[in-house]
Design a protein around this ligand. Structure first.
Ligand code: ADP
Ligand code: MG
Length: 367
C-alpha cells in the first residue's frame, strides 16, 4: 500500500503539442492517500484513463513526476510498480480455468502454493464464483468474465494500490450494485488504496469516501460527496453533481453586487471585496435548486419569477421558473402547487449563493 502523488503532471499524446487543447492532462497536482477509497469522476474524454495509465506505468507522462511514498517511480516498469489495474473489459486468459486465471498473478510473484490456494478460494467466495473455479474462462458469461478480471486485480496482497477503470460497464445493473458494495466491503476488510474511475456520480458517491472530479485534464475538486454538493469549487462540479445541477448565471459587476438583465443580486462584503480586486469579466453566480427558497409573498429580498413548468418526481417537484432573462430550476417538496404562468417569489440564502470568477469559486479564505 502506498501514498500516490502526482506532481506537476501533464500529458500530451501529440509529439509536438502547440497549446492546452493538445494536452489530455494539464498541470495536475494530486495526492491519493494511503488506504483511501476514492473515486475519479468526470465525463468521457476528460483524462481519467490517461491518469490511471500514468500511475500504473502503461504511459510515460510528458511532464511531471509520479511518486509512491515520496519516491519517484517514473522510470519503473508497470511490473515493478506493483499496481493492480482492472479495465472496462475483461482481461483474462480464455484457455485457462477460472482458478488458473486467479492464481496467475500470485504464481508470477512466487507466492507459496498453499497460500495461493487459500487466497484464490477467498477471492472467489467474495466474488461468488467459487462454483466456477474449474470452468474454462472462455465458457463464462460476460459478467462472470469481468468478475474474474476483477478477481485478478484483487487477489494480490502486496499491491501498492488497485485502480479500477470503469470496471462495471459490461455488468448488468442489478449485479453492478452488488459488486460495488462488494468492492467497498473488500476495501474495508483489506484496507487497500483503491481508485475507482466512473462517469456516474451515484456510483462514485456510493463507493468512495472522497471523490476527485476531473474536467478538461484537471482535477477541479477533491472532496467528500457533501463538500462537492454544498460548495462546488468549479462551475463544472456545480453542473455535473446534483440532479438537476446548480443554477449558474452569467453576471456583471454593478452597484450593490452583481446583475443580470435588470436584476441586482447583493453580495456579502467579502465577496464584493474580492471581486473588486479581480479584473476578469467571466463572473457567474451559482445556487443549487435545493437551496432556493420560495414564498407566496414578495419582500425586499425576493425576486419575482414566472412558473414555466412543474415536474412531479414522486417525493419532490422540480419547478422551472423564469427570472428576468434566465431560466432556473427550484426543488420543492411534493406539496408544492403553482399554476403555469403564475408568479412566485424566490430568495437566495446568502450561505448558498456562490460566486465564480473564471469558473472557480471565490472563497472567504482568499481574503
Ligand atoms: P477518459 O478516460 O476520461 O474518457 P482518456 O484519458 O481516455 O479520457 O482521454 C483523454 C483525452 O486523450 C481524450 O481527448 C482522448 O481522445 C485522448 N486520447 C486518449 N488516448 C489517446 C491515444 N492513445 N492517442 C491519442 N489521443 C488519446
Ligand atoms: Mg476512460
Amino acid at each position: 500500500m502506498a501514498e500516490i502523488q502526482l506532481k506537476s503532471l501533464a500529458h500530451s499524446y501529440s509529439d509536438s503539442p502547440t497549446g492546452p487543447d493538445d494536452y489530455a492532462i494539464r498541470q495536475l497536482d494530486h495526492v491519493w492517500h494511503k488506504g483511501g477509497a476514492y473515486a475519479l469522476l468526470g465525463p468521457s474524454g476528460c483524462g481519467k484513463s490517461t491518469m490511471l495509465n500514468i500511475i500504473s506505468g502503461l504511459i510515460q507522462p510528458s511532464e511531471g513526476e509520479v511518486l509512491f511514498d515520496g519516491k519517484r517511480v517514473n522510470e519503473l516498469s508497470p511490473r515493478d510498480r506493483n499496481i493492480a489495474q482492472v479495465f472496462q473489459f475483461p482481461v483474462i486468459y480464455d484457455s485457462m480455468t477460472v482458478y488458473e486465471n486467479l492464481a496467475f498473478p500470485l504464481k508470477n510473484n512466487k507466492v507459496p502454493a498453499d497460500r495461493i490456494k487459500t487466497r484464490v478460494q477467498e477471492i472467489a467466495e467474495v466474488l461468488e464464483i467459487e462454483d466456477k473455479l474449474h470452468k474454462k474462462a472462455k465458457n463464462l458469461t460476460a459478467d462472470e468474465k469481468q468478475k474474474v478480471s476483477m478477481g485478478r486485480g484483487l487477489v494480490r496482497e502486496d499491491v501498492s494500490a488497485i485502480l479500477f477503470d470503469e470496471p462495471l460497464t459490461v455488468i448488468d445493473p442489478q449485479l453492478k450494485w452488488k459488486l460495488r458494495r462488494k468492492l467497498k466491503q473488500i476495501h474495508e476488510q483489506f484496507d487497500i488504496t483503491m481508485v475507482y474511475v466512473t462517469h456516474d456520480q451515484l456510483e462514485a458517491s456510493t463507493f468512495a469516501d472522497k471523490i476527485a472530479v476531473m474536467y478538461g485534464g484537471q482535477v477541479v475538486q477533491f472532496g467528500t460527496p457533501t463538500e462537492l454538493f454544498e460548495a462546488p469549487n468549479h462551475t463544472f462540479v456545480g453542473y455535473f453533481i446534483g440532479s438537476p445541477g446548480m443554477n449558474l448565471v452569467e453576471v456583471e459587476r454593478c452597484a450593490g453586487g452583481v446583475c443580470f438583465d435588470s436584476t441586482v443580486v447583493p453580495l456579502e462584503p467579502w465577496q464584493a471585496d474580492l471581486l473588486e480586486r479581480m479584473t476578469s469579466t467571466n463572473v457567474k453566480i451559482g445556487i443549487r435548486p435545493e437551496f432556493i427558497e420560495v414564498s407566496a409573498i414578495s419582500s425586499d429580498d425576493t425576486y419575482e419569477s414566472e412558473v414555466l413548468d412543474v415536474e412531479d418526481l414522486g417525493t419532490y417537484k422540480i419547478v422551472t421558473v423564469r427570472l428576468a432573462n434566465q431560466e432556473m430550476k427550484v426543488r420543492q417538496n411534493e406539496e408544492f402547487e403553482a399554476d403555469l404562468g403564475s408568479q412566485i417569489h424566490l430568495s437566495f440564502p446568502k450561505q448558498w449563493l456562490m460566486l465564480y470568477v473564471d469558473e472557480f469559486l471565490i472563497q472567504e479564505q482568499q481574503r
